[in-house]
Design a protein around this ligand. Structure first.
Ligand SMILES: Nc1ncnc2c1ncn2[C@@H]1O[C@H](COP(=O)(O)OP(=O)(O)O)[C@@H](O)[C@H]1O
Ligand SMILES: [Mg+2]
Length: 253
């Protein structure tokens, strides 16, 4: 059975793209066929973590949404970026969003058919024979976010321990409940080292009545890596890598 997993947050810069890329790398390394789709069309970025340049993007998600190609043609095999540690059968496909200013502007100006995006998700799962499709979303609530939440088997909502995130996350959790997502977990990211992780977990779980599947400390290594690579590959023994692996396992249960 294939799974669709969305990674969302109410506010930007919480760590969605890094979490999505690292979970995808973990799944592929285990031997799964994984797709990663960048639905953050207004501020795309996850391709950077896989070392993809604009010139490498033959077709982007935008091209599919504007009827210029089949969705399968937007999928770029980036398995080799994961290095030699990938179990047999493991494959990673990236569906990037366009970085061309004119194409981003066109989405903002004209929007696109969200139904087509939905068809695209399902076609990708089927045509690429994916075990997992990971959706990296645009922050906040909009039509495409609601769609990706609604069709997900599992939703990861990321928040920082920041008062602005607390309120917004509450809104997102409520919406996801209304949409009956089969599994919803919270991840608290960028937690200062002076905080007690267990206390943070307990407090957040109580606030939202929702499982916290990972508490990730703010990490200088992550900041220094600066999205120029996949953290779990560079730091296989780091505490954050262990937490990402536990999160990956939880999402697959
Ligand atoms: N636990 C962490 N500690 C330190 N920096 C982090 C951590 N998680 C993410 N970051 C950094 O935060 C920035 C935003 O991350 P990103 O994954 O792009 O967020 P989003 O996709 O939600 O906008 C990046 O510079 C990333 O390296
Ligand atoms: Mg992002």
């Amino acid at each position: 059975m294939s799974k669709i997993i969305s990674v969302h947050s109410f506010r930007g810069g919480t760590g969605k793209s890094n979490t999505t890329a690292n979970l995808a790398a973990i799944f592929a390394a285990e031997g799964k066929r994984v797709g990663v789709i960048d639905t953050d069309i207004q501020s795309p970025g996850i391709h950077v973590l896989f070392g993809m340049e604009e010139d490498d993007m033959k077709f982007s998600l935008n091209d599919y949404l504007w009827g210029k190609c089949e969705v399968k043609q937007t999928a770029h095999d980036v398995t080799e970026k994961l290095g030699p540690g990938v179990a047999k059968g493991g494959q990673l496909f990236l569906i990037p969003s366009s970085m061309k200013p004119g194409e981003i502007a066109r989405v903002l100006r004209e929007g696109y058919d969200v139904g087509l995006l939905n068809d695209g998700f399902h076609a990708l799962v089927e045509e690429l024979k994916l075990d997992v499709l990971m959706i990296d979303t645009h922050p906040g609530l909009n039509e495409e976010t609601l769609l990706s939440i609604a069709i997900s088997d599992a939703l990861t909502i990321i928040m920082r321990p920041d008062s602005q995130d607390y309120q917004g996350t509450g809104v997102t959790v409520e919406v996801a409940r209304e949409l009956d997502v089969p599994r919803m977990v919270l991840v608290v990211n960028k937690v200062p080292g002076v905080f007690n992780a267990n206390e943070v977990k307990e407090r957040v779980e109580k606030t939202y009545n929702c499982e916290v599947a990972a508490v990730l400390l703010h990490s200088d290594e992550m900041m220094t890596l600066a999205s120029a690579g996949i953290f779990v590959l560079k730091y296989p023994d780091h505490a954050i890598t262990k937490s990402y692996k536990a999160l990956a396992k939880r999402l697959m249960e």
